[in-house]
Ligand binder design. Structure first.
Ligand code: SAH
Length: 348
């Protein structure tokens, strides 16, 4: 049991078992909701604080923080209680601040261009850990003018495959959107998946207002298999049917992420073939100029070429934009900062 994983009813039950009056449970919940640890819960009697301190807290602390001199993007390395490290990023947009958080320590999906997966998946993150990343970023960042909170949007696009940590991610989403807890609108949350088809269907029922992003990166199974091992498990046909069902049942357009890799998936023919496959799906294509990863030999397309690719899609009536590159100067891409720090630690 970890304190940060307890929901309001569970805290009520625990404090009732301890013979505490009901209002104490409300106080404990409020503190935990602010990301405060038991030793600092100043309006509780000492004996109760000490009892709470006996339960592991289960939250993260900020181990390191880098701020991009270019765009102010903040990259965090969070230290977990078992010594694991995971990354998170806070990006500033005109409409508010977006927190990009991890869902697993590492990842087992094995995509050929991604740094997070190089050492496999160490473990799943618990809901309380994912919530603590958001709370730490909120504590670290003043709310923008006219807003009452600093994190307004969340993307599950850090390390890990969110649908491979399904139950914890769904619990996290319920808690982060609950009016009683962080109260962030599900419409401001995106979950990105490499395409675990059966889990996409479950997700339609479990978290229908969240934006679903699918990492497609190719227009055919043949090319996709060279980049993403998951393409050997679920054919693209089935993935696109799941995406279409998601869009129809939820009324939300699906976002397809497409990282442009020079000479692999970025030609005019690729754009035409992609638009044919996406026809009939309410969707948007988010083009990402591949962030080159030291350990990977793939080359990203230039931003100008990505814009050209977007124009080719638009000519085929497929909505497309090029993703702004945030924090590339501070190892913004998945898994890069964690790897660098782990490497430094091994050397010292
Ligand atoms: N496992 C999930 C979410 C994490 S990755 C998924 O696969 O969607 C978030 C996004 O970053 C994915 O679209 C992923 O394909 C992309 N990505 C990973 N490494 C990248 C890199 N080096 N350059 C550009 N995009 C990358």
């Amino acid at each position: 049991m970890y304190l940060t994983d307890l929901t309001k009813p569970q805290i009520d039950e625990l404090l009732a078992q301890w013979g505490q009056p009901r209002f104490r449970s409300g106080q404990v919940f409020e503190w935990l909701n602010k990301g405060v640890r038991p030793q600092d819960m100043s309006n509780l009697p000492r004996a109760l604080r000490e009892k709470l301190m006996e339960i592991p807290y289960g939250g993260a602390v900020i181990e390191r923080k880098l701020i991009s001199p270019k765009d102010g993007t903040k990259k965090y390395l969070f230290l977990l209680e078992d010594g694991n490290l995971v990354e998170g990023v806070l990006m500033h947009y005109s409409y508010g601040n977006t927190a990009c958080i991890s869902t697993q320590v590492g990842c087992k999906m094995g995509c050929s261009f991604c740094a997070s997966t190089l050492e496999g998946c160490v473990r799943n993150l618990r809901p309380g850990e994912m919530l603590s990343f958001i709370k730490l970023m909120e504590q670290d960042e003043p709310a923008p003018e006219g807003k009452n909170r600093s994190v307004t949007n969340i993307v599950l696009m850090g390390s890990g495959e969110p649908l491979d940590n399904y139950d914890n991610v769904v619990t996290f989403l319920h808690r982060v959107t609950s009016i009683e807890e962080l109260n962030i609108s599900p419409r401001n949350i995106s979950l990105s998946t490499c395409g675990l088809v059966p889990k996409i269907y479950s997700f339609i029922d479990d978290a229908p207002h969240v934006t679903l992003s699918i990492s497609l990166h190719a227009h055919s199974d043949q090319v996709r298999k060279t980049m993403m091992p998951i393409a050997n498990v679920y054919p693209m046909e089935d993935l696109l049917t799941a995406a279409k069902t998601y869009a129809q049942k939820t009324g939300r357009r699906v976002v397809f992420e497409y990282a442009l890799v020079s000479g692999v998936n970025d030609s005019h023919e690729d754009a035409i073939a992609l638009s044919r496959r996406l026809r009939g799906i309410i969707c948007h294509v988010n083009l990402i100029p591949l962030n080159s990863v030291k350990e990977r030999s793939l080359m990203g397309a230039t931003r100008a070429h990505a814009q050209e690719f977007a124009d080719w899609l638009k000519q085929e009536h497929i909505s497309a934009t090029v993703r702004r590159e945030m924090g590339a100067d501070i190892d913004g891409a998945c898994g890069q900062l964690r790897r660098r720090v782990l490497h430094e630690m091994q050397q010292s």
